[in-house]
Design a protein around this ligand. Structure first.
Ligand code: NAD
Length: 484
């Protein structure tokens, strides 16, 4: 451990250690003996320094030609792609996801940087007809100031990228705090921006516990925007604590339903369940956690689902052929095992949910995908976000019943419908309470160029992120009356 690499904060253009003198470990969830490195256990004072640096840098950055800002994003994207293989392996080692998923995530992050490098140059205002021929009235958009970006461990580079890129291209300065459970790939993103020539103070990276730096980076009135992705509980706390003039955008939890109507193709429903519920080891905010299925299809569906799940290869994400990796943290393992126990008590256990502890699994956080049926609306496994490979199967009596049950949740992130019935296909986007609506597709996945966000307790009712919506969040509008 003495030889472990120590990764520093990036504040005001310098790589610096925390004033605390303390670090925390980043270990591989597939093999707890594998230590990726030590990261700074930052203090509120470190956070204050980062915010002050961002504040100082803001005025010059907002005046920097947009083509120069775009060039930095493009160069950072190039750096990620040039180092894709190394960074993908590190991402798999720190988070557990399959190597192919890590490669995709890094490539998608580069794509996001490039998307905003172009899209940020298309921001427009409006002009308004009025009576005075010697006056022009128009709107112009401008950056907010210092923005903090706070992100979870499950997409530890693509989520930061889709917040940081629109913030920077529109002229904001940034303080980025990654999750302590997967900080290395966030560090690589900071390295990419440094390498790309981002000016000192414009982008800052600090690691550490929310309990030590959370308040400073969210409640400090110098912070003019907070873009957060994580649990609903943390998001709600941050939103309430933010200063009045601080704009917030909170992307939070989900309890996403896949609705399978009577006419659905069973193999399609099974494929969508496996992809949505079990890939990424169920650790996607848009993951399928409830399957609402027509009574008449249920038995055939469960039989084929179990057959398919039995074939899935569970193991280290670095190993060729692995289909399900470990859970990302010990806390995730404990939470998921707790819900599996709850499921066994309140519903019918159909398959899986075993904690794998022997042989190659001994040093990691492995659980087999779990399926429960006869789940009813009041059960905890039907109501609470589990964030693991656990699917609750609920019977429905037709489309109306499916909608009632699907909407009977505090969350509203993503929802999918499987049917060939055109009437229901048309009605579904109107009836379902979800920010992402899918038809004959998995609940997971969203485009870089389309808006993303949830309804109800899955997001604050403020701004969407991703696509052009990301540019809206990071800019404010002025109305100018220009007479001559
Ligand atoms: P988390 O809420 O525990 O932590 C998220 C981030 O917030 C971490 O960096 C954490 O250190 C920080 N944080 C927590 N409390 C804070 C505070 N008071 N002040 C400042 N920072 C604070 O979430 P997690 O366990 O890392 O991630 C899993 C959760 O994220 C799930 O609920 C999942 O649904 C959600 N998620 C949502 C989306 C989405 O787009 N809606 C995407 C991915 C994950």
């Amino acid at each position: 451990m003495d030889n472990a690499t120590q990764f520093l904060n990036y504040i005001d253009g310098q790589w610096v250690a925390s004033g605390s003198g303390n670090t925390f470990e980043n270990r591989n969830p597939a093999d707890q003996d594998d230590l990726l490195g030590l990261f700074q256990a930052s203090t509120a004072e470190d956070a204050r320094r980062a915010i002050a640096a961002a504040d100082r840098a803001f005025t010059e950055w907002r005046a920097t030609p947009i083509s120069q800002r775009a060039r930095i994003l493009n160069r950072a994207a190039d750096y990620l792609m040039e180092n894709l293989e190394q960074f993908a392996q590190e991402l798999t080692r720190e988070e557990g996801k399959l190597l192919a998923n890590s490669r995709d995530e890094i490539a998608r992050s580069a794509q996001t940087l490039r998307f905003y490098a172009v899209e940020g140059q298309t921001i427009t205002g409006e002009t308004f007809p009025q009576d005075d021929a010697r006056m022009t009235v128009y709107t112009q958009r401008e950056p907010l100031g210092v923005a903090t970006v706070i992100t979870p461990w499950n997409f530890p580079i693509s989520i930061p990228a889709r917040k940081i890129a629109p913030a920077l291209i529109t002229g904001n300065s940034v303080v980025f705090k990654p999750s302590s459970d997967a900080p290395l790939i966030g560090y690589r993103l900071a390295e990419a921006l440094h390498h790309a020539g981002v000016p000192a103070g414009v982008f800052n990276f600090i690691t550490g516990a929310a309990s030590a730096i959370g308040e400073e980076i969210t409640a400090n009135p110098v912070v003019k925007a907070i873009s957060f992705t994580g649990s609903t509980a943390a998001g709600e706390r941050i939103h309430r604590a933010a200063a009045m003039a601080t704009r917030t955008q909170m992307e939070l939890g989900g309890k996403n339903p896949l609705i399978v109507l009577e006419d659905a193709d069973i193999d399609t429903a099974v494929d969508l369940t496996v992809k949505g519920g079990f890939s990424l080891t169920g650790q996607a905010c848009t993951g399928t956690s409830r399957v609402l299925i027509a009574r008449s299809c249920k038995e055939a569906y469960l039989t084929r689902l179990v057959e398919k799940v039995k074939t899935l290869k569970i193991g280290n994400g670095m190993t060729e052929g692995t289909q399900i990796g470990p859970l990302a943290t010990r806390q995730q393992l404990d939470t998921v095992l707790g819900y599996i126990e709850t499921g066994r008590q309140e519903a019918t256990h159909v398959h899986g949910g075993e904690h794998l502890t022997e042989g190659d699994y001994a040093k990691g956080f492995y659980v087999t995908p779990a399926i429960f049926s006869d789940v009813t609306q009041e059960m905890r496994i039907a109501r609470e976000e589990i964030f693991g490979p656990v699917v609750a199967v609920i019977e429905i009596d037709g489309y109306e019943d499916a909608i009632t049950k699907a909407n009977d949740t505090p969350y509203g992130l993503s929802a999918a419908l499987v049917t060939k019935n055109f009437d229901y296909i048309q009605r579904f986007p109107l009836d379902i309470q979800a920010g992402t609506v899918k038809i004959n597709r998995t609940t997971t996945g969203n485009l870089v160029n389309a808006p993303f966000g949830g309804l109800k307790q899955s997001s604050t009712s403020t701004f969407r992120e991703s696509g052009r919506a990301g540019l809206d969040f990071f800019t404010q509008t002025k109305t100018v009356y220009l007479g001559c």
